[in-house]
Design a protein. Structure first.
Lengths: 287, 361
């Protein structure tokens, strides 16, 4: 029983990181109908930048902020230079961003090397643990990550559902041409969403890089996981991304304990089951 | 290259447009046949450029076939080739059996894997298909690099010696090259034949208007699955050649990098052209062999070429001639070029396979 609870908690904290990465991807897809394959690159590069800043300044928050701003700007450049012209051509955007991720992987290997790094946090936080009934001592850091993901998720949902900007975004999702006709500058909205999505990936990179090592190849892994999460949860839906992240996180943790070799294969089986029942994902709208 | 189905869309091409593709094809085949005698160091050129281009081209061709005739862009073709390669490796290395049996098992394994992938993925289309095939490929990669019993994890299965069939001794580089060339040509002809058969025409109907085909009583999903399985067979042939060339199989074969390699080959060659892939493959192998003399960042260079092609020549090298021609035509006269649409894959593309749809300004 204790072990099952512990695995569930581990799964949930892992899901927190997956949710942060995938929420950016699903946000971008929801509005723009394009998939950015450079999302994993944003994650890893964000993590590295956060690591560099946090190491220099000793301040984790400064690292997270710096990473989000830097990757947000990079996202703006990528969007303006490479994506905007091919807005209606989702395949081409996917391939172009795949090319960006190819370059990103290579350059990050050149700059940051092949060794594992981790974003530093204050020492006491690193070892602090909280006693939880039935589970025992559990690292505070992981609980903080879980809390942060919940806060960010709720904030995103509020932003989309309760603000004027959110209503513009939702109008753009439903019919971007009609929204443009009513005087909304859809181009600016697209750019803002792309920047926000990229910044979220960078933030996820710093958070993920605090819990787990940053390594070459992680960009591919997190791209894969965020794809699986949004496919399971339903493309374009923030609550869907949350559900997908929790399912993927918990399933992969249980699989890691009970069938370590086949952990990814089982996670993938989850995707197959969901696709077989609901091709559009759990909370996705019609294909 | 004239489409075999051109009559469906437009009058047959006349004059130069008619014989030029055949002449080009003949020149390319002649060049490929004479290749071992044209190069200064056959021991370097034959395996590194020749054979490697051919298997990369075959795998990329299966991707192009799916994209052009079914409108599905699959990133799992490398995975299918990898499954075939692992099939050979398992039979030859683990079970210590004959290579021919291994090749047979590999072909069957690859084709069955393609069928299974199709069952999962064919329910979706366009960008979803792309994402799901990418995810499946990555999952197989992680399986291959972790499973000790089946794939021997990171170390892979080796050695897989090239067989000697008496007259056909594949250990001889020149013989091996011609063997690969023959396989590549056969695959090309098979794809052309499949595309121009009733099956291929039905596929294009499914691509252009699935709803209408469904209303006519065609099993749209069934055709998608059948096409993906056929493309899987072609990719498996590429996988067998791959394993012959590398003499071993390890997870690198199915890594994201290899998937991108094949995608780069397809895009550079032209995702609308079955023959263009070999051009793309030659460009990539040349880049990978010679760029290393200039820079350590060969991947960055490949990525840049890839993006530039996507930005400025979405129909790839095979489409550049047409692009230039259209550009010149437009400059020469302002009248619409009505005699040419059959040449233009863009004109008849559905939105799903939009890479070649691109707005060619």
């Amino acid at each position: 029983m204790d072990q099952i609870l512990l695995i569930t908690l581990n799964g949930l904290t892992l899901a927190a990181v997956y949710f942060l990465v995938a929420s950016g991807l699903t946000l971008i897809f929801g509005l723009m109908r394009v998939i950015t394959m450079a999302h994993g690159t944003s994650y890893l590069l964000g993590g590295y930048i956060g690591y560099a800043i946090a190491r220099q300044t000793g301040n984790w928050f400064l690292g997270a902020l710096g990473a989000a701003v830097a990757i947000g700007l990079l996202g703006l450049v990528i969007h303006q230079v490479l994506i905007r012209r091919f807005q209606d051509d989702d395949m081409r955007v996917a391939l172009i961003t795949l090319g960006v991720s190819l370059i990103g992987t290579d350059l990050m290997l050149a700059v940051f090397g092949g060794t594992a790094t981790q974003v530093p946090v204050p020492g006491e936080l690193q070892v602090a643990s909280l006693s939880i009934p039935f589970v025992g001592a559990y690292p505070v850091l992981r609980l903080l990550v879980l809390a942060a993901a919940i806060v960010i998720g709720v904030a995103l949902a509020l932003l989309i559902n309760r603000t004027r900007f959110g209503s513009v975004v939702r109008a753009g999702v439903d019919d971007s041409q009609m929204a443009a006709a009513t005087g909304v500058n859809v181009r600016v909205v697209f750019a803002v969403i792309f920047v926000l999505g990229s910044a979220l990936a960078a933030l996820a990179g710093v958070v993920g890089g605090t819990l787990f090592p940053l390594l070459p190849g992680q960009d591919g892994v997190y791209l894969l996981f965020s794809l699986v999460v949004v496919i399971v949860g339903g493309m374009g839906s923030i609550p869907g991304a949350a559900i997908g992240a929790v399912l993927v996180g918990v399933v992969s943790q249980f699989a890691l304990v009970y069938a370590p070799t086949y952990s990814l294969v089982l996670t993938f089986a989850l995707m197959v089951v969901v696709l077989a029942v609901r091709p559009q994902g759990i909370l996705g709208r019609h294909l | 290259m004239a489409r075999p189905d051109a009559f469906l869309f437009a009058p047959k091409p006349r004059g130069a447009a008619r014989w030029l593709p055949w002449a080009l094809g003949a020149v390319v085949v002649l060049g490929a046949v004479l290749f071992p005698y044209l190069v200064d160091r056959p021991r370097f050129w034959l395996p590194n450029i020749g054979v490697r281009s051919i298997w990369l081209g075959i795998i990329a061709m299966s991707l192009v076939f799916l994209n052009r005739y079914v409108g599905l862009l699959s990133l799992a073709q490398v995975t299918i080739a990898g499954v075939a390669a692992y099939g050979v490796g398992y039979v030859v290395v683990t079970l210590q059996q004959d290579f021919l049996l291994g090749a047979l098992v590999g072909l069957v394994a690859g084709t069955v894997a393609a069928f299974l992938i199709a069952i999962i993925a064919a329910r979706t289309k366009a960008i979803y298909f792309l994402m799901i095939t990418l995810a499946i490929g990555q999952v197989f990669y992680s399986f291959a690099s972790q499973s000790i019993e089946v794939t021997n994890a990171r170390r892979g299965l080796a050695p897989i010696a090239r067989p000697d069939f008496g007259i056909l001794n594949l250990n001889d580089l020149t013989t091996f090259y011609y063997f690969a060339l023959a396989l590549g040509l056969l695959c090309y002809l098979l794809c052309r034949y499949a595309a121009s058969s009733t099956f291929g025409l039905t596929l294009q109907g499914v691509r252009d208007s699935p709803e209408r085909m469904k209303a006519l009583g065609y099993n749209v999903n069934g055709y998608r699955i059948a096409a993906t399985t056929f493309a899987g067979f072609i990719a498996s042939v590429g996988g067998i050649l791959l394993v012959l060339d590398r003499a071993q199989v390890d997870p690198d074969v199915v890594s994201l990098g290899s998937t991108l390699d094949v995608l780069v080959v397809a895009v550079i060659g032209g995702v609308g052209s079955l023959g263009g892939v070999f051009l793309g493959a030659i460009v990539l192998t040349l880049l990978s062999n010679f760029a290393q003399n200039l820079t350590d960042r060969y991947m960055t260079l490949t990525g840049l070429v890839f993006i530039l092609v996507l930005l400025f020549a979405p129909a790839g090298l095979a489409g550049i001639g047409k692009q230039v021609k259209r550009f010149l035509d437009r400059r020469r006269s302002s009248e619409p070029d009505a005699g040419e649409p059959a040449q233009d894959p863009a004109a008849t593309r559905p939105p799903e396979s939009a890479i070649t749809k691109g707005k060619q300004r």
